[in-house]
Design a protein around this ligand. Structure first.
Ligand SMILES: [Zn+2]
Ligand SMILES: [Zn+2]
Length: 451
């Protein structure tokens, strides 16, 4: 516990610098005059010890008095003050002098808790005395419960609005709690850029702390690591990966607890990137695929690494599109694919297996963090009516395609039988599918499936 956190010996201490003397009057019906006199002596001895700064001895006397006459406000008040003083003393001590332990090893925090216990009883017994609140607030301060301390002082001021010590205490508390801890008076850290990610300059979301001690949003860190495995801040080489790296739970909890709304906003923002929406698809621009194809891909480009990470946190789906060679822009029709296997490699690449699903038409597309995202419209097949020329053209095209494919498969089998030295047979699909895809809205899905 830093010494700067405990109240400095200013106004707060003033009222607690001394203890109350015991007034000997026989108000107790249970105790004899002799016993009361003995209690009086114990308290006076305690007070003498207190005034000579022998706090442990003072506490000892007060405790003996309390054992005989429990629930006495003066005994409780004096003992609470002694606990507070000794706790403060041990909290402010330099580390080198801390070998000697207080009160047979009681920690300053335990002492503050004992002070609080006495003060709480005192508030119950003397709810109209400012000092009760003052003691309780001081004990809470030592326990760093600033907000509660503030409430107690305010309650005390309701009882005694002119209590200078309570007013001073309040001012002092505001100073201590805001200057030494960066806390606002409501017990929350101020929203400065301490909790911002140095990469996106926003509130840390799912923070990851690197071995070099720097914290970033998980997604920001891995996006930067797509371009090299160094800490973006200090350039230390990092041996972490999205798979093995865990979120810094404590940091996350602190942020989430203190800035709940902003954190929720960040989450929403991030979820938006992962789950683009029903009709929004991130696009992998490579080649034409037709439904039900399966093949592996090696994802090495940084922008696609980022895209695949996001897809894998979402619904595992993306669009596979091609650039139209004539116009250089995206072809109008493309196909949705599902990532069925995803193996992250140690160097940050991904080995994925995909299976193509539905065809779609791109309504519009835009850049997002380096890759394309498109708003799409799913294609519904309409079979041209019987007897129309469209129907005939379609059938002819399908038959030709099937024939070409069959002969290709036959040739491929032939090659396989006659050894592996000539293993390359040009696929007819590349050329054909490009034509097909432009007819995509006209070809019934069933035709493609039977092929
Ligand atoms: Zn960030
Ligand atoms: Zn670093």
């Amino acid at each position: 516990m830093a010494s700067s956190l405990s109240p400095s010996p200013s106004s707060l201490d003033q009222t607690l610098r001394d203890v109350d003397d015991y007034v000997l009057e026989n108000k107790s019906e249970d105790l004899s005059w002799d016993t009361l006199h003995y209690v009086y002596e114990l308290v006076q001895n305690g007070n003498a010890a207190f005034r000579e700064n022998r706090m442990e001895e003072a506490i000892n006397f007060y405790s003996r008095a309390n054992n005989i006459k429990s629930g006495d406000p003066i005994i409780l008040s004096n003992r609470s003050a002694a606990y507070i003083r000794i706790s403060q003393y041990f909290m402010r001590r330099t580390p080198s002098s801390s070998e000697c332990r207080p009160l047979s090893g009681l920690e300053p925090t335990t002492l503050a808790e004992l002070a609080l216990k006495d003060a709480e009883k005192l508030v119950e017994l003397q709810s109209n005395a400012a000092k009760s609140y003052l003691l309780k607030a001081n004990a809470l301060l030592l326990l760093e419960k600033y907000e509660k301390a503030r409430d107690v002082i305010l309650s005390g001021l309701q009882v005694d609005p002119f209590s200078n010590s309570l007013r001073d205490s309040l001012q002092h508390l505001e100073r201590v709690s805001s200057s030494s801890t960066g806390m606002s008076t409501h017990g929350q850290p101020e929203r400065n850029d301490d909790f911002d990610c140095t990469l996106c300059l926003k509130l840390l979301y799912e923070p990851v702390t690197t071995p070099c001690g720097h914290s970033f949003c998980r997604s920001c860190l891995f996006q930067s690591m797509d371009r090299g495995n160094r800490c973006p801040l200090c350039r230390t080489v990092l041996f972490i990966s999205p798979r093995t790296c865990s979120i810094s739970v404590t940091l996350k909890n602190i942020i989430q607890k203190n800035f709940p709304e902003e954190y929720a906003e960040r989450k929403q923002e991030q979820d938006g990137l992962i789950n683009a929406g029903v009709d929004l698809l991130p696009l992998f621009v490579m080649d034409v695929v037709i439904p039900c194809q399966r093949f592996p891909l090696n994802i090495f480009e940084p922008r696609y690494r980022l895209m695949v990470r996001r897809i894998m946190e979402g619904n595992h789906r993306m669009g596979m599109a091609i650039l139209d060679s004539s116009s250089g822009s995206l072809a109008e029709f493309a196909c949705e694919v599902e990532i069925t296997e995803c193996e992250p490699l140690p160097d940050g690449r991904f080995y994925i297996e995909i299976e193509s699903r539905r065809r779609f038409r791109i309504i519009q597309s835009w850049d997002q963090d380096g890759y394309r995202v498109a708003e799409v419209e799913w294609i519904q097949d309409i079979l041209p009516p019987e007897g129309t020329s469209e129907r005939e053209n379609l059938l002819e095209l399908t038959c030709n395609a099937a024939e070409t494919a069959r002969s290709w498969i036959a040739r491929a089998k032939e090659v396989a039988r006659h050894g592996s030295d000539c293993s390359f047979v040009p696929s007819p699909i590349g050329g054909l599918r490009r034509d097909w895809i432009s007819y995509a809205s006209e070809i019934p899905r069933s035709f493609i499936l039977c092929f």
